[in-house]
Design a protein around this ligand. Structure first.
Ligand code: GRF
Length: 201
């Protein structure tokens, strides 16, 4: 059973799905938020999971250097004995050093069919481009943003009447199935990062 830490910044609906889907392959042992009062922290507490807040601002509101924040994060994860780190709506870019330290053990979910539509304002751009399909992708995290090898993907139709909100909602529903499935593949050793590829066995 792999010990999993989940990093969040917001409401944590994916965290909720990951908590509900826990089985003999993984246990969530820690939830860390960089935002105090993030809704996901309550979901973790309600499930009896340890939580921590690591603010990215210093005591007088100044931004901490990225490396200092990442070092704190890394220390907390290692102290808790985390074996896998799952980003679930974690709105901070992680430094190359941190990402390399967790290579093959760090995953993210992104609300597009990667490699299409990396970055932010995904749904706006998908609708603007009149795409017929969009979806969600779970990928290994590499230093380049949203560019890591994809572990699992699932698609939904884009309707002509969609707004970014309705499309986000349709995609969120599939995220809640896809993310636990992908995490189980990783936790049970059925997918590994090898030579820059997600390899299934
Ligand atoms: C999801 O859409 C996910 O794809 C993106 O951030 C959002 C997080 O939502 N990375 P939630 O906090 O899990 O509800």
């Amino acid at each position: 059973m792999k010990r999993v830490a989940v990093l969040i910044s917001g409401r944590g609906s994916n965290l909720g799905a990951l908590i509900a889907a826990q089985d003999s392959s993984y246990r969530i042992i820690l939830v860390i938020s960089n935002v105090e009062g993030a809704g996901g922290l309550d979901k973790a507490r309600d499930a009896g999971i340890a939580t921590a807040v690591i603010p990215h601002g210093g005591p007088s509101g100044e931004k901490k250097p990225r490396e200092a924040f990442d070092a704190e994060l890394d220390t907390a994860l290692r102290a808790a004995g985390a074996e896998l780190v799952v980003l679930a709506g974690f709105m901070r870019i992680l430094s190359d050093g941190f990402v390399r330290g967790w290579e093959g053990k760090l995953i993210n979910i992104h609300p597009s069919l990667l490699p299409a539509y990396k970055g932010t304002k995904v749904h706006e751009r998908v609708i603007e481009a009149k795409e017929a399909l969009s979806g969600a992708s779970v990928h290994f995290v590499v230093p380049e943003l949203d560019a890591g090898p994809v572990i699992a993907q699932s698609s939904v139709p884009v309707h002509p009447s969609d707004t970014p909100e309705t499309l986000a909602e349709r995609i969120l529903e599939i995220e809640h199935k896809l993310y636990p499935e992908a995490l189980k593949l990783l936790a049970s050793g059925k997918v590994k990062l090898k030579n820059g590829l997600a390899v299934l066995s």
